[in-house]
Design a protein around this ligand. Structure first.
Ligand SMILES: [Zn+2]
Length: 180
């Protein structure tokens, strides 16, 4: 079966930066609903469109097609006592950006540094500003169910669990966050 709109694609992936350094080797394959549902990066869908199980390719995705440019304005320094304890670098919090734009969505801030009484919070996606190189290998293609199409995501093993609506697995950055 060829990859087309409303097929469910299982793909093994290795994610490297533009220098070829490993960022993430998928322990589990990515399983996504193909067809512009923002289940994965559009550039990945583009590379896989019309392909079948067994197809392999390495693609490079520039920041503007992945998680955007790194925005230094999204880095905030907060007093330590405004944040919960215990606190560790790498923890994430939801907050509002300090802008006057009332339409701004709440965003995820990552703790990137902790000093004595100050904490650095970075609202950039951990992969912002990076060109990403994906090595992809398609292992399965199947027709999506009507329910999956209606929900705009995959059900079943490795797919989305409606009970557990939140984050994907650790490190699964490029599919556990909505794309802008
Ligand atoms: Zn669902």
């Amino acid at each position: 079966m060829k990859i087309a709109k409303n097929t469910v694609v299982t793909v093994n992936y290795i994610l490297r930066d533009a220098q070829g350094d490993l960022i993430e080797e998928g322990r589990d394959p990515m399983v996504y609903l193909h067809g512009g549902y923002e289940n994965t990066l559009p550039k990945i869908e583009e590379a896989l469109e019309g392909k079948s199980a067994g197809f392999e390719d390495t693609i490079q995705v520039e920041p503007e097609d992945a998680f955007g440019d790194y925005d230094p304005n999204l880095v905030k320094i907060e007093p330590r006592n405004r944040l919960p304890t215990p606190l560790e670098v790498g923890m994430q919090f939801e907050g509002s950006p300090d802008t006057d734009d009332e339409d701004e969505q709440p965003m995820i801030f990552t703790v990137t540094d902790i000093a004595d009484d100050k904490v650095v919070l970075d609202g950039n996606h951990p992969l912002a500003g990076m060109a990403l190189r994906f090595t992809l290998k398609v292992t399965d293609v199947r027709q999506a169910t009507e329910e999956e199409i209606a929900h705009e995501h995959v059900h079943g093993p490795h797919g989305h669990h409606d009970q557990d609506e939140d984050e994907g697995e650790d490190g699964d950055h490029f599919r556990s966050h909505p794309l802008h």
